[in-house]
Design a protein around this ligand. Structure first.
Ligand SMILES: [Zn+2]
Length: 113
């Protein structure tokens, strides 16, 4: 359960940050999860939902934003969206020579009170 320990880490990080800002409660957080980051966004979200109970994140609105990777085709140079690491070019079925993005895993926004 890789996603479970990541969820624990995120909660710790956010709690720490809330204390640093002397926040009373956290209203919102947004987390970016890249499709190629190795984190299963759905499992991560359910782990988070389970773990926020009785923490300062209990009432927070949690938004998980999935970021696809962009591959550049090795054959025809087209750029295409990648949701999986093994995705190939939709035009010529070649593997990408370069991949950008999709590796994100970070808290991008936090609204406290
Ligand atoms: Zn191609």
């Amino acid at each position: 359960m890789h996603e479970f320990s990541l969820a624990v880490e995120v909660i710790n990080l956010v709690q720490h940050e809330a204390e640093r800002r002397s926040a009373r409660s956290i209203q919102e957080i947004s987390i970016e999860v890249g499709d190629l980051s190795g984190v299963e966004a759905d499992s991560f979200e359910s782990a988070l939902e389970l773990l926020v109970k009785d923490t300062c994140l209990d009432k927070a609105i949690i938004t998980i934003k999935r970021i696809p990777g962009i591959g550049k085709c090795n054959g025809c140079n087209a750029e295409f969206e990648m949701n999986h690491r093994m995705d190939v070019c939709p035009i010529c079925r070649c593997f990408p020579s370069e991949i950008s993005g999709g590796q994100e895993f970070r808290v991008v926004e936090m609204v406290v009170e």
